[in-house]
Design a protein around this ligand. Structure first.
Ligand code: HEM
Length: 329
């Protein structure tokens, strides 16, 4: 029987909302704002348009995406105008940093970002960060549900930490640094899931890599998924084993956030979101993954579970008195 404290939810949909809120807060200090709901709906349209054929009839996904993008840009315009009008310099967020940098660069046009560039950057961040992080957390919860031994070790670490840290709504960066095992769980989940399974590149000049001759102008895909599951790089690559990261990884063997000049800009934020989520989930809820299907959605930008990962979640009232209740089952 399901008690009134128990919820069944499609984890990925719920997580997209959480990550979207976190991103808007970090980027623009937008919280409890009526603009948020419309913004999220429009961003979904933009993401859908990115996968659509570019056919410009008003009813196509592509055109809906273009219209949604215009509305998003108007909303961002409004926010920026409001900030400039009230000279709201007190926010310490991403948008404010871009606006301040822009003013600092003074009249030197070469260093100034146009308003369009600032808005593009904010939108890029949301699109790049929201679905990727939501998918990564979903996979992590699924792997934990399938690996009770890992979950037990993780739970012990997180309960120990919960007793040490001061009670309150927020975890500090110092708290996150006290999660060595959880950090490996995060890393192992990212390795197994390969959220961005390949990166497209264009060869700018003739070159040779490990004996393979590559011509200028060729399109090359870096096959991240195969690298992450290569038995020469990872022992028993299909086993979810966070302790494999006790040792340093071989160079270029962990590419969850890319590598080199185009390394993910939101890497630290993504890791922080994953750790905070883990801590809250483990110390406040018990849960069970209802559908163990591992099929991947074909029509998606990132590696995402087709089922969305339905879970049954029950809130635990008193974490100190009821440690037996924790866990995924
Ligand atoms: C678990 C979550 C995430 C994963 C797995 C991920 C993965 C990646 C990967 C693999 C790349 C490089 C793609 C390439 O080389 O072609 C990338 C780039 C990027 N990511 Fe992330 N990302 C995540 C979260 C985020 C977040 C939260 C943000 C924003 C706050 C973000 C912003 C970006 C941006 C702006 C780029 C482009 C960097 C550039 O081209 O210079 N990502 N991400």
């Amino acid at each position: 029987m399901i008690s009134e404290k128990t919820l069944i939810l499609i984890l990925v949909s719920y997580l997209v909302q959480i990550t979207f809120k976190a991103m808007c807060r970090m980027l623009m200090s937008l919280e409890d704002d009526p603009k948020l709901q419309m913004l999220q709906e429009d961003i979904t349209h933009v993401c859908e348009a990115m996968l659509a054929f570019p056919i410009r009839f008003p009813w196509t996904r592509f055109c809906k995406g273009l219209r949604a993008r215009k509305r998003i840009m108007s909303t961002l315009d409004l926010i920026m105008t409001e900030r400039r009008r009230c000279s709201q310099g007190n926010q310490k967020d991403f948008m404010q940093c871009l606006l301040v940098e822009d003013e600092k660069s003074g009249s030197d046009e070469a260093y100034r970002m146009t308003d369009t560039e600032i808005k593009d950057n904010v939108l890029t961040m949301i699109i790049a960060g929201q679905d990727t992080t939501a998918s990564a957390i979903t996979w992590m919860v699924k792997y934990l549900g399938e690996n009770q031994d890992v979950l037990d070790t993780l739970r012990a670490e997180q309960l120990h930490l919960a007793e040490k840290i001061s009670p309150g709504p927020s975890l500090t960066l110092e708290d996150l640094a006290e999660m060595p095992y959880a950090s490996k769980v995060v890393k192992e989940s990212l390795r197994m899931a390969s959220i961005v399974p390949w990166f497209p590149r264009l060869a700018l000049q003739d070159c040779e890599i490990e004996g393979f001759k590559i011509k200028k102008g060729w399109n090359i895909n870096v096959d991240v998924k195969s690298i992450h599951l290569d038995p020469n790089l990872y022992n028993g690559p299909n086993k979810f084993n966070p302790t494999r990261f006790n040792d340093d990884s071989k160079p270029y063997s962990f590419l969850a956030f890319g590598m080199g000049a185009r390394t993910c800009l939101g890497m630290n934020m993504a890791k922080a979101m994953m750790l905070v989520f883990l801590h809250r989930l483990i110390t406040t809820y018990k849960w069970k993954v209802i559908d163990s299907d591992s099929s991947i959605e074909k029509w998606a930008l990132f590696s995402r579970l087709k089922s969305g990962c339905p879970v049954q979640v029950t809130r635990i009232d008193n974490r100190k008195d009821d440690t037996s209740a924790y866990g995924s089952h």
